[in-house]
Design a protein. Structure first.
Length: 275
């Protein structure tokens, strides 16, 4: 890539970032202007009915009060650390496209996710993307940018162990496998990875959340599936383990306009990695 291409990409990244920051600043101004100011006006027009009096300083007593609670020092642990903001890049196909929706990647900065969108075929902003730089158009669909936080707590679900098949295919957990062996070592997952809870339908895929570990993401999948069970009837449910020891459950939904198969699955994404 030459200097001219680098300058073009840098200009696009800068424009997208400036539009995104303008949208954030506009929301902050609206929020600050909507705060009540009656307390300030009341204070400005108040009158003093009595002159102020100077109180005599009281010497502290030598005795300490009984049962005085000492303020405990708060140690920064893994559960009270601030979760970092991340940017999820997702692909939504056009109505006449043969491709399916999917998550393209997870990025640490707005510049990185903008560059990721360009690498995945984005060539111009959509009508909505002109306002805040969060949506692009590609030859096959829309590429969207969503800002989110890594969830460090929530509902956890036990992830079933995976048995490795001879062919390396997906292993179903609802049927016996006489010729399987226990996985001797965990499959390699980058240290800077996060886990996405995803619901995949026939036409598109939507991510439920971004989590710090696999059990939290799997718990979010099962929780979302349980919420769908209140409106639809599940048929032919199959639970399995995919490559990378990622759990998933597939079922056919009946009722309303569903009547199609949906899959709830966990997928690991390396931050600032490419798919």
């Amino acid at each position: 890539m030459g200097r001219k291409d680098d300058g073009t990409i840098g200009g696009i990244c800068g424009y997208a970032k400036s539009k995104y920051e303008e949208r954030v600043d506009e929301k902050r101004r609206r929020w600050s202007n909507s705060e009540p100011t009656s307390a300030g006006r009341q204070h400005g027009y108040s009158k003093l009915h009595k002159p102020p009096q100077v109180r005599k300083a009281v010497r502290p007593t030598s005795e300490k009060p009984r049962n005085r609670l000492q303020k405990a020092t708060v140690h920064q642990g893994p559960h009270n650390q601030a979760a970092p903001d991340l940017f999820v890049l997702e692909f939504e196909p056009y109505a006449n496209s043969s491709q399916s929706g999917k998550v393209l990647g997870v990025y640490s900065t707005f510049d990185a996710v903008t560059l990721g969108a360009l690498k995945h075929g984005a060539y111009t902003f959509s009508r909505e993307g002109l306002l805040d730089g969060s949506e692009y158009l590609s030859p096959d669909g829309r590429i969207k940018i969503a800002r989110t936080m890594v969830q460090l707590s929530g509902t956890r679900a036990t992830v079933p162990e995976r048995s490795k098949s001879a062919s390396g295919d997906i292993v179903r957990l609802d049927i016996p496998h006489p010729e399987t062996q226990e996985e001797s070592e965990k499959e390699a997952i980058p240290k800077n990875s996060v886990f996405l809870a995803i619901c995949e339908g026939p036409d598109k895929a939507s991510w439920i959340g971004v989590f710090a570990d696999k059990s939290l993401a799997w718990g979010a999948c099962l929780k979302d599936k349980a919420m769908c069970a209140t409106s639809y009837t599940f048929r032919d449910e199959i639970r399995s383990i995919t490559l990378g020891s990622m759990p998933q459950v597939t079922a056919r939904l009946e009722g309303g306009s569903a009547n199609r198969r949906y899959t709830w699955t966990v997928k690991a994404h390396a931050i600032d990695g490419s798919t």
